[in-house]
Design a protein around this ligand. Structure first.
Ligand code: FES
Ligand SMILES: [Fe+2]
Length: 354
């Protein structure tokens, strides 16, 4: 735990997204900073993904500068080798005895829903059943158009942004929003540690780009819903759809849009989003998914990202609550999620100091 009250503590006992599955390639080392720590990933010969602290315990060279020798990393500096458990398995020096302290921390990792998940807390608590349901990205059933963005903003600002979609009227007036968004009917629900933020517009004209995705003729007046599920630390699923005004939701085409955030540092974030589409839609489906993901990337990159980064700059090193933010009705979901996250972190800190 940080001594500085302005400094943020991370939730440790939770599954963070570390990478898209395809970012960690066979035969290569992949290094990424997560929660302020550099982690190196690789695949064993069976394809199983492993994650180690990216720092050799000898002279602290990054292991990711080394080479992968079947199931172990050989440090580039003096050749010590470490397996997927972080154990030193070879010392090429002297009589080859392996020093007791020659090990690095290994993190539990799970590859599921097209994503590599990492557990950076107590290893004994790493329960795979705690990974939130993103079966809409199960590669056996869905083609997943994947995108990644790097944001110079805190990860909780990112989840605030998704949980309060009233901003789409102002920040995305021509791409995702409309004049009717901020007057939508909203509701927040909490089931255990899962927060749902529901948003329903009525009798709305949407931006042209969205009619294609919804399968509705352009300029039809619609009722649109954008529901967001949040799980700690910042793993979110958007469910968006529309029907001609007055028609039941069941007649609409609902799209699932995962948004996944992991802190790189306190003020920078890894951001993965995707557009999944059922495999049975074939090659045409893949083209649609890629076009939609690229379409969404435009406002996310040109509109959200600069705003999030400007917010972070404006906040500097100050902690969010210490700045006494003004609260609006649309903030209810984001505030609920912040409360859940803060209480989970506080519980961990209490457990640690007990
Ligand atoms: S720094 Fe890795 S073997 Fe020396
Ligand atoms: Fe946005």
């Amino acid at each position: 735990m940080s001594e500085d009250k302005n400094k943020m503590a991370y939730l440790r006992n939770t599954w963070y997204v570390a990478a898209w599955d395809e970012e960690v390639k066979s035969g290569a080392l992949f290094s990424r900073q997560l929660l302020g720590e550099q982690v190196v990933f690789f695949r064993e010969e069976t394809g199983r993904v492993r994650a180690l602290v990216d720092r050799c315990p000898h002279r602290f060279a990054p292991l990711s500068k080394g080479v992968l020798c079947s199931n172990a990393i050989r440090c580039a500096y003096h050749g010590l080798e470490f397996d997927g458990e972080g154990q030193c398995t070879r010392n090429p020096h002297g009589n080859g005895a392996i020093p007791k302290a020659a090990e690095v921390r290994a993190y539990p990792v799970v590859e599921r829903y097209s994503v590599i998940w990492i557990w950076m807390g107590e290893e004994a608590n790493a329960d795979e059943s705690l990974i939130p349901d993103f079966s809409c990205m199960d590669p056996q059933r869905f083609y997943v158009a994947k995108r990644y963005l790097h944001a110079r903003a805190n990860y909780v600002l990112e989840s605030d942004n998704i949980l309060d979609l009233s901003h789409i009227q102002y920040l995305h007036p021509t791409t995702l929003g409309s004049d009717d968004v901020s007057s939508a009917i909203t509701r927040v629900e909490q089931n255990d540690d899962t927060v749902w933020s529901y948003r329903q517009t009525v009798d709305e004209i949407m931006p042209a780009f969205l009619y294609d995705a919804m399968g509705i003729p352009t300029d039809t007046r619609v009722d649109r819903w954008i529901d967001v599920r949040w799980n700690a630390p910042a793993s979110m699923l958007l469910l968006a759809g529309a029907v001609p005004t007055g028609r039941p939701r069941e007649e609409g085409r609902e799209t699932t849009l995962p948004h996944l955030f992991t802190p790189e540092t306190e003020t920078t974030t890894h951001y993965w989003f995707s557009f999944p589409i059922p495999l049975e839609m074939g090659e045409m489906g893949q083209q649609i998914a890629e076009a939609q993901a690229s379409g969404l990337a435009v406002p996310f990159t040109l509109e959200d990202l600069p705003m999030l980064e400007a917010q972070q700059q404006s906040m500097g090193d100050n902690e969010f609550w210490s700045m006494s933010p003004v609260l609006l009705p649309g903030d209810a979901g984001a505030i609920r999620a912040r409360r859940v996250l803060d209480s989970l972190i506080a519980k961990e800190q209490q457990a640690r100091s007990a």
